[in-house]
Design a protein around this ligand. Structure first.
Ligand code: C5P
Length: 398
């Protein structure tokens, strides 16, 4: 953990006294530690202890009343490679889940660009309360990692689940999280996006309404996590430039297939979001077709299924996610594609929702896995949906 930058958030629970040990362990491992305390936590552990052990000033208020110096939460969030909130009280978890921002710790959480880990601690009835469970579920959906509370004797004298995990175990969790995010940085993601255009003649084609927005948002979400991305896109109005991005623009399904084939063996994660035309004209006319007869027939032949090719040629280490856009029997059809195409996950978006699908900025998805788990998400912007999808893939890879 040498040189790793850990931001430690301490909130007001009795378990705060154990954080002194966590700071010592982190320092012993060579990590840099900065701490933010909520005002309430100062009743449980002295800021002097925290600052002495972490060898850094402790941030508590938005500004230091003695010096008038402003504490820059954005800078703290940018500095951190990982934000660990331990102990995390029911109050802080509730505010995190609902966008509350009335102290420095919460403002920093809202500014975080990397991962946040929480170690909840509270009394057993609070831990089982439906409100708390709802807030915790929300944080998990938002991509926060949770170190569950353990069972045992509690400060109230009662026994049950609610004890903060021991500092040694929190340290192990932090280590595995950091190793995982370092490993991620070397991972290569392939994303297919947009429609394909199947030429009829030099000026006409068969296409569809796909805008490519979902695929491009997925590429942006991956790039902001540090992945290397190859984005194979059909015709769209979208542009994306990034030092870790290779953008391959194609028109037809056959071109998309060869682009995918050219990189597939270097790819760790394949995300197939393109709306590939199922059929193409059996031949492209050399010249613009003149109108003559009152009726005209174009013979179509089946296009290659790019996703199927990729999953037929996958190694065990490659993770494959497909999309299903369904108008009826959505779940049933999506599950049969998940099994039929041998995918790890399938993202179902149903055209039954008016705010979801082609050309829209929002999407409503359900992610399905082979164990028949269905993870349902709210209607969200495609940007947020992309983050949900990447977070879900990461959880399956861990
Ligand atoms: O079978 P269906 O077209 O509904 O499957 C959808 C999934 O398969 C999507 O992930 C889509 O990108 C992918 N696909 C593909 N090549 C095709 C057809 C679909 O990659 N020719």
């Amino acid at each position: 953990m040498f040189g790793k930058r850990i931001l430690l958030g301490i909130t007001g629970g009795i378990a705060a006294y154990k954080i002194a040990y966590l700071i010592r362990y982190l320092k012993k491992e060579g990590a840099e530690v900065k701490c933010i305390m909520t005002p309430a936590s100062c009743d449980f552990i002295s800021p002097l202890v925290v600052s002495t052990l972490s060898q850094n000033p402790v941030a508590i208020e938005f500004w230091n009343k003695q010096t008038g110096v402003w504490m820059n939460h954005v800078e703290l969030a940018l500095w951190a490679e990982l934000f660990v909130i331990a102990p995390a009280t029911a109050n802080t978890i509730s505010k995190m889940a609902n966008g509350g921002c009335d102290n420095l710790l919460l403002a920093t959480y809202l500014s975080m660009k990397t991962k946040t880990v929480i170690a909840p601690a509270m009394d057993l009835d609070m831990y089982q309360h439906p409100t708390f469970k709802r807030n915790l579920a929300q944080l998990i959906e938002d991509g926060v990692f949770v170190i569950p509370a353990t069972s045992g004797e509690l400060a109230s004298g009662l026994e049950g689940q609610g004890r903060m995990e021991e500092p040694e175990q929190i340290l192990e969790f932090i280590k595995s999280k950091l190793e995982f995010s370092t490993a991620l940085k070397n991972k290569k993601v392939l994303i297919t996006a947009g429609p394909t255009y199947e030429a009829i003649d030099p000026v006409r084609f068969i296409g569809n309404h796909s805008s490519g927005k979902m695929g491009f948002e997925l590429a942006k979400a991956c790039l902001s996590q540090g992945y290397h991305v190859t984005l194979v896109s059909g015709p769209t109005n979208l542009e994306l430039v990034h030092s870790n991005l290779e953008l391959i623009k194609i028109e037809s399904a056959e071109e998309m297939l060869s682009a995918v084939q050219s990189v597939w063996n270097q790819i760790n994660i394949g995300i197939f979001a393109a709306a590939v035309a199922d059929y193409r004209p059996n031949k492209k006319a050399e010249q613009k077709i003149k109108k003559s007869e009152s009726e005209m027939t174009i013979a179509l032949v089946k296009n290659p299924d790019i996703l199927r090719w990729a999953s037929d040629n996958r190694t065990n280490n490659q993770f494959v996610l497909g999309f299903a856009l369904e108008t009826n029997n959505s779940l049933e059809n999506a599950f049969s594609k998940l099994y039929g195409k041998n995918l790890d996950l399938i993202v179902l978006n149903s055209l039954e929702n008016k705010e979801a699908g082609f050309k829209k900025d929002t999407n409503k998805i359900v992610i399905l896995d082979k164990q028949k788990t269905q993870i349902e998400f709210e209607l969200k912007s495609k940007k947020e949906v992309a983050v949900d999808i990447i977070n879900t893939i990461e959880k399956y890879l861990m």
